[in-house]
Design a protein around this ligand. Structure first.
Ligand SMILES: [Cu+2]
Length: 454
């Protein structure tokens, strides 16, 4: 039932509101919790869904997120891992938002974090503008490294400020694999020790402004991601550097090791002065990985926050002195990606995943090409032999996504996430033994591909 105010009470309330005005700007940290998420043992779960919002008209000046249990305790990444998390602002009816680098996408990516759990910070005086009516979405992937099903929550902390003078920033996600749902690629490996694999993209800056913050997203095997400015003598503006955990980090003691751990820190750059950029100029993003070993399903994404500024300088002034680089918050980290030995695994009758050399069964030999049926959480046949130059075709029949990702072998590859009706074909020119799993169901779905020398 609605409560009605008497005229006198309403008048008194108006009087007290008038006395309180003008309202002081408010800085507040909101906790947004999503869940529970039930994730099976050794499972990777990915999804996108609506997110709660702060319900504030103002600016986001800081944000972070992690996984917590029902008591609000942070869950260690070595147990249940937040592999990635991206927040999207959809806007509202009459004021839709579109992505900065993929404008066909009707939602603006504004904060992303991954295994390194890097918070978003902006220099003082800057913020990402939001409206109380905005709707948000979130896309996430969670990996359970343990032998029991777990319930976790994604908990974000969003610091908003409704002061009127905060300069707005526009977020741009610049990926070396642009605009796909799964912007991954594979470093095939097999090159000399110390050499690097570089994947580069050019990005046309859409407006005059100043870059005031840059974050990076990289996977295990990465050496750096660099933002370059060809217009100014091809200089490097910002290098986002990974730091890997120390050798005794629990991340490297996950057994069985089903994926190559990402860096535990990726440096974050910010400057209140900012680096001026001009509408129409091209910046480059270079994602640099170790080329000696294969690294499957890697990414290279710069998160570039630009403050629109029509008066921004067109000169190539030096990178400002107030630029800071925020590095790891732990000791003993490693700059070079450590070698990680991955393995196939299979859930045993004891409910625990055990490393296996190959899936059970006999090997089916083909004169030329092999066709593999992916369904009911299995590859059929699971062991095949083809001649060099032959092809393997995966045909997908399950309603959920799977992929085919090399674990060990002479040349890395990763087939894209696929489901019922999809297929993918790869030609194998390099002889040898390829151990392959579905990276989304690594303890259940494995296969062996022998490629015979001709
Ligand atoms: Cu799968």
């Amino acid at each position: 039932m609605r409560r009605m105010l008497t005229t006198a009470a309403a008048a008194a309330l108006l009087a007290s509101l008038a006395l309180a005005a003008p309202a002081a700007a408010e800085r507040k940290t909101h906790t947004l919790r999503f869940g529970p998420i039930s994730v099976g043992k050794y499972a990777a779960l990915k999804r996108s869904n609506d997110s709660a919002t702060p319900g504030v008209t103002g600016s986001i000046v800081a944000m972070d997120a992690n996984l917590v249990d029902a008591d609000g305790q942070v869950v260690p990444q070595s147990q249940v891992m937040l592999h990635h998390l991206v927040y999207f602002d959809v806007g509202y009816e009459g004021a839709p938002r579109y992505d900065g680098t993929c404008p066909k996408k009707p939602a603006e990516r504004f904060y992303g974090t991954s295994e390194e759990l890097r918070p978003m910070t902006l220099p003082d005086g800057y913020g990402y503008p939001i409206d109380a009516q905005d709707r948000w979405r979130m896309a996430w992937m969670v990996m359970n490294h343990t032998s029991s099903a777990r319930k976790v929550f994604i908990e974000a902390h969003v610091t908003t400020d409704d002061a009127p003078g905060i300069a707005p920033v526009k977020p741009y996600w610049v990926s070396v694999v642009p605009c796909g749902a799964d912007p991954q690629y594979t470093v095939p490996g097999g090159r000399a020790p110390g050499t690097s694999h570089v994947k580069r993209i050019a990005w046309k800056v859409p407006l005059d402004g100043r870059i005031v913050a840059v974050g990076g997203h990289l996977h295990g095997g990465a050496r750096r991601i660099a933002l370059g400015q060809p217009r100014c003598a091809n200089r490097t503006l910002v290098t986002s550097r990974p730091t890997y955990g120390p050798p005794d980090d629990p991340l490297y003691r996950v057994r069985p090791p089903l994926h190559e751990p990402d860096p535990r820190s990726i440096s974050w750059w910010q400057s209140a002065t900012g680096v001026p950029v001009v509408a129409g100029e091209e910046l480059t993003v270079s994602s640099v990985y170790d080329a000696e070993r294969a690294h499957m399903r890697v990414m290279g994404i710069d998160h570039v926050y630009v403050a629109p500024d029509a008066a921004a300088s067109r000169d190539c002034d030096p990178v400002p002195a107030d630029a800071v680089e925020l590095g790891p918050d732990f000791e003993g980290g490693r700059a070079e990606p450590p070698p990680v030995k991955l393995t196939l695994a299979q859930l045993g009758g004891d409910g625990v995943a055990h490393p296996i050399d190959a899936p059970p069964g006999t090997t089916r030999s083909y004169e030329r090409d092999a066709s593999i049926r992916v369904g009911a959480l299995a590859f059929r046949p699971s062991r095949v032999s083809i001649p060099a130059g032959g092809r393997v075709r995966w045909r997908y029949f399950d309603p959920v996504d799977h992929d085919a990702t090399m674990v060990t072998g002479p040349q890395g590859f990763g087939a894209p996430w696929s489901r019922r009706g999809d297929s993918f074909t790869r030609r194998f020119d390099v002889p040898g033994t390829y151990r392959v799993y579905c990276s989304l169901h690594p303890a259940r779905m494995s296969q062996l591909i022998r490629v015979r020398a001709r």
